[in-house]
Design a protein. Structure first.
Length: 180
C-alpha cells in the first residue's frame, strides 16, 4: 500500500503512515485486490440474471410450445391443456426459482452488512441451485411431455457458462481474508 498523502510505501498492516502520520483507512487493500463486497454483489447479479432468463423460459413455456403462430401465451395455454402434469412442474420450479433469488438476497445481506461466512455458504448454495434449476427444468418438462426441445442445448450452454462465472465468484469469496 502507498500513503495517499506523501506517497510513502507503507509496511504491511500499518494503521498510519510512519512518515507523515496520516491514518490508513481500514478498507485499504493491495492494488488490484477486489473486495468481498464487490464480489458478493457481482455474484448476486449473476444469480439474478439467471433468475430473469429462467423466469422468462418458465413464464412463456417456449421450450415446450413448438407452435407459436398465435403467440407464446396461447401456446403456453395449449401446452398446459395437452399435458396437465406440466402445471405442477411449473408451479414447483417457479417456487424454487423464487426461493433461489431470496436466498441470494439474504446471502448478499449477510456478506455486506454482517461480514458473515454463512452468507458465503448461502451464496454458493444459491449458485449450485440456480445451475441445477437450469438443467433440471427442461428434463422434467421432457419427462412430462415426451418432447425433446432445442432449449435443452441452450440450457446446457447457459449452465456451462454460468458454472464458470459462479465458480470464479465463489473462489474469490472464499479467498476473501475479510470474511474468513
Amino acid at each position: 500500500m502507498v500513503c495517499k498523502k506523501c506517497r510513502f510505501t507503507l509496511p504491511e498492516g500499518a494503521r498510519e503512515c510512519p512518515v507523515c502520520g496520516k491514518a490508513v483507512p481500514a478498507s485499504a487493500g493491495k492494488r488490484g485486490e477486489i473486495s468481498a463486497v464487490t464480489v458478493a454483489r457481482l455474484s448476486d447479479l449473476a444469480i439474478m440474471l439467471m433468475f430473469f432468463i429462467n423466469g422468462i423460459v418458465l413464464a412463456t413455456l417456449s421450450h415446450v410450445s413448438y407452435e407459436s403462430r398465435w403467440g407464446l401465451f396461447y401456446a403456453w395455454g395449449n401446452a398446459h391443456w395437452l399435458y396437465p402434469g406440466l402445471a405442477t412442474v411449473n408451479v414447483a420450479f417457479g417456487l424454487a426459482l423464487i426461493i433461489i433469488a431470496v436466498l441470494s438476497a439474504i446471502a448478499l445481506y449477510l456478506i455486506v452488512a454482517k461480514e458473515s461466512r454463512l452468507g458465503v455458504h448461502i451464496m454458493t448454495a444459491s449458485h449450485v441451485a440456480s445451475a441445477l434449476w437450469t438443467l433440471l427444468y427442461p428434463v422434467m418438462c421432457y419427462m412430462v411431455t415426451g418432447k425433446l426441445s432445442s432449449f435443452m442445448g441452450f440450457a446446457c450452454i447457459q449452465t456451462a457458462v454460468y458454472a464458470v462465472i459462479a465458480t470464479i465468484f465463489t473462489v474469490l469469496l472464499y479467498k476473501s481474508k475479510k470474511l474468513f
